[in-house]
Write a protein that binds this ligand. Structure first.
Ligand SMILES: Cc1ncc(COP(=O)(O)O)c(C=O)c1O
Length: 397
């Protein structure tokens, strides 16, 4: 008897968590594994943010907050959006949630009916696909490759749109590819979107600060599509606050109200202490946190150079986020240690078993040719991980 809802049956487990659990099991058996599976900064939360959380406890911020978040926090989000993105939002357009993940789900829940189509430029963040399916929507994948730096064109977007299209959902900077859309590229996509007023663009900008070129652009900056855009951002990546679970959406007011309605029935709102601390984080000059970006950039360059020595990897130069997404299709069809490699997931599993380096295969990111690994870990581990991969692959090929 299948006791599950069709909703759950439609969904898959997060491949990222599958691989990180496997790493954990191997470590528990005493195997020395280096995990590059999870995308979270390895820094501690900066002290002034921690202090603000302590203060919130002492000041008894222990009751329910307003469903969309404390007004002061929504004002701080509006301040940040003006300061960093030149975007004008009122606090009534902002909804603070338990992480950007919930912010995205709130928006999707607000607009997607059974059978509605959501365009996902591939590769995409693993949860987009599953969230759309969970809601009975239909993901429409727009393929890219390493040769186009994993970005879609306006022509591809236009071709993917039909009367069922409800949303375009992407991250820029992108997890997993590390690419970001330039202002000119986004303008060309905006030119298409504005022709289709029923489409909402969900612009996930959670990696905004880890843009090493410093050229972040938001779809909402184009006035002609501002009313069609939901900006998603949060505290996890910029302030190393993954466990504090604070994200937010900034939307046209009708959509912000819908997110609030959904959130009011699902979670009642986000953790109050973390909300208070987020006010401090957002109001502090981003220069205070630049040391993390500088470090990621150093590691990006280090790994990029080490990857040149790995046989069979085709690598783009990721200009943002903290991931590499090498194309490993060179190995497909080859038999290594008795296993024939059919796709990137097989290859990631082999690297884990034989080289003891945890990565994630690209299938659940919508690209079966690539593997993703995060460089949000120490230089020492990165050097050792690259050494192991190179040594293993050189020994079999
Ligand atoms: C592209 C992207 N969006 C959203 C999230 C979720 O962030 P949060 O921790 O705020 O839920 C992640 C986390 O990995 C991500 O990579």
């Amino acid at each position: 008897m299948n006791r599950f809802s069709s909703r759950v049956n439609r969904m898959g487990f997060s491949q990222t968590f599958v691989m990180s659990n496997k790493v954990r099991e191997m470590k528990a058996k005493g195997i020395d594994v280096i995990s590059l599976t999870l995308g979270e900064p390895d820094f501690d939360v900066p002290d002034m943010i921690k202090k603000a959380a302590f203060d919130a406890i002492i000041e008894n911020y222990s009751h329910y907050s307003p469903v969309p978040g404390f007004l002061e926090l929504r004002e701080a989000v509006a301040y940040k959006l003006k300061r960093d993105n030149n975007l004008s939002y009122q606090p009534t357009q902002i909804c603070v949630s338990n992480g950007a993940k919930q912010s995205i789900l709130n928006v999707l829940c607000s607009i997607i009916n059974e059978g509605d189509e959501v365009i996902l430029p591939a590769p995409y963040w693993v949860s987009y696909d599953e969230m759309v399916k969970m809601l009975g929507g239909v993901p429409v994948y727009v393929e890219t490759s390493i040769d186009t730096d994993f970005k879609i064109t306006a022509e591809q977007l236009e071709k993917a749109i039909n009367h069922k299209t409800k949303a375009l959902l992407y991250s820029s900077p992108c997890n997993p590819s590390g690419s970001y859309y330039t202002r000119a590229e986004l303008q060309s996509l905006a030119n298409v979107i504005v022709q289709h007023p029923n489409i909402t663009v969900i612009s996930d900008e959670i990696y905004e600060f880890t843009n090493y070129d410093g050229e972040h652009c938001s779809m909402a900056e184009f006035p002609e599509v501002y009313e069609q855009t939901a900006v998603i951002n949060g505290m996890s990546k910029a302030f190393a606050m993954t466990g504090w679970r604070i994200g937010y959406s900034a939307c046209p007011e009708w959509l912000a109200k819908a997110c609030e309605k959904i959130q009011g029935q699902m979670t009642s709102g986000a953790n109050t202490m973390a909300q208070r601390a987020s006010i401090t984080a957002l109001k502090t000059d981003p220069k205070e946190f630049a040391y993390m970006i500088d470090e990621f950039k150093k590691r990006r360059d280090l790994v990029f150079n080490l990857l040149k020595e790995v046989p069979g990897f085709k690598v783009n130069y990721p200009k943002s986020a903290f991931y590499f997404f090498p194309d490993v299709s060179y190995y497909f069809g080859k038999t290594m240690d008795g296993k024939t490699i059919e796709n990137a997931d097989d290859f990631a599993m082999l690297l884990l078993d034989k080289a003891h380096v945890g990565t994630v295969g690209g299938v659940s990111f919508g690209n079966a040719n690539c593997i993703r690994f995060s460089y949000a870990t120490s230089e020492k581990d990165l050097i050792e991980a690259m050494r192991r991969i190179k040594e293993y692959l050189s020994s079999v090929y």
